[in-house]
Write a protein that binds this ligand. Structure first.
Ligand SMILES: NC(=O)c1ccc[n+]([C@@H]2O[C@H](COP(=O)([O-])OP(=O)(O)OC[C@H]3O[C@@H](n4cnc5c(N)ncnc54)[C@H](OP(=O)(O)O)[C@@H]3O)[C@@H](O)[C@H]2O)c1
Length: 258
């Protein structure tokens, strides 16, 4: 049992499904107090809470639509109230809209940035202010994407928002190191979740040559990396992006020669 997390209060945004739910479940093995955020998928977040409790942790649920940036202060203050603080902030909630640039209107662009970048920016600031007020240290972890570093056709708003999140993370890590607040990023490759699993199964022939380890990633693998990066074992790691993609970015786009 990793004792670093006992009674630690952890906010995981977007924990109603996929990677966020898996991160919450990975932390739930360590006697933590989890604040589970969702937007529309109430049933999903109830399932996550059930599993978290089964694993011996506590859980509270909070709803918010991150397109409404003005709601960030109230959302954060409600989240803090549940367990009298937050020690670890996981900015996971995100949208992945698929549109060519010429079909991407300003509303889609702005909504994507509100959810993927502006809300994490606002929550991180609120988190740090609260930590300073309480005289405590903390850790922030963002879930970005390999498409914050390498281009992805038809996902311009997504790629741009994740690239900005990566750049922001480095500045935050440097500025907040004096407060002993670490900020890191996980950049996953293709991870099978409920939302994409049918498509990914159909597209296996297309994807497998791109992934040297020969399979899609699992949400559990992201959850376990998140736990490590927020633990005492990672106490000298800040300002870093951890790619977890089965070798996809290492292979690049070269043809596979016989
Ligand atoms: N799966 C992949 O292959 C992959 C790869 C790289 C990076 N990622 C990143 O991983 C993160 C999680 O994605 P996922 O694949 O696990 O997808 P997912 O299962 O669809 O989860 C997305 C989460 O974001 C929340 N969300 C969506 N719109 C929101 C809004 N307007 N306001 C607040 N929350 C909102 C959803 O809440 P509700 O469902 O409750 O509305 C859900 O909890 C994202 O940041 C994504 O960019 C995923």
């Amino acid at each position: 049992m990793n004792r670093d997390f006992i009674n630690q209060k952890i906010l995981v945004t977007g924990s109603s499904s996929g990677i966020g739910a898996a991160i919450a479940k990975s932390f739930a093995k360590y006697n933590t107090k989890l604040i589970l955020h969702y937007n529309r998928n109430y049933e999903g977040v109830i399932d996550t809470r059930k599993e978290v409790i089964q694993r011996g942790s506590q859980a509270k649920i909070l709803q918010c639509d991150f397109r409404n940036e003005e709601e960030a202060p109230q959302f954060f203050s409600d989240a803090v109230t549940f367990f009298c603080g937050i020690d670890i902030l996981i900015n996971n909630a995100g949208v992945i809209p698929k549109k060519e640039i010429n079909d991407t209107d300003l509303k889609l662009w702005k909504d994507t940035f509100s959810i993927n970048l502006n809300f994490p920016f606002l929550l991180s600031k609120l988190f740090v202010s609260d930590r300073l007020e309480k005289g405590k240290v903390g850790a922030i972890l963002n879930i970005s994407s390999i498409h914050g570093d390498i281009s992805c056709e038809k996902f311009s708003a997504y790629s741009a928002s994740k690239a900005a999140l990566n750049a922001l993370m480095q500045v935050q890590a440097v500025e907040w190191s004096k407060h002993n607040i670490r900020v890191n990023t996980i950049s996953p490759g293709v991870i099978e979740v409920e939302r994409n699993k049918h498509k990914l199964r159909e597209q296996k022939k297309l994807w497998m040559p791109k992934i040297p380890l020969g399979r899609y990633g699992t949400t559990h693998e992201i959850g376990e990396l998140a736990v490590f990066l927020c633990s005492g074992s990672a106490s000298w790691i800040t300002g870093q992006t951890f790619t977890i993609d089965g070798g996809t970015t290492a292979r690049g786009n070269y043809p596979i020669r016989e």
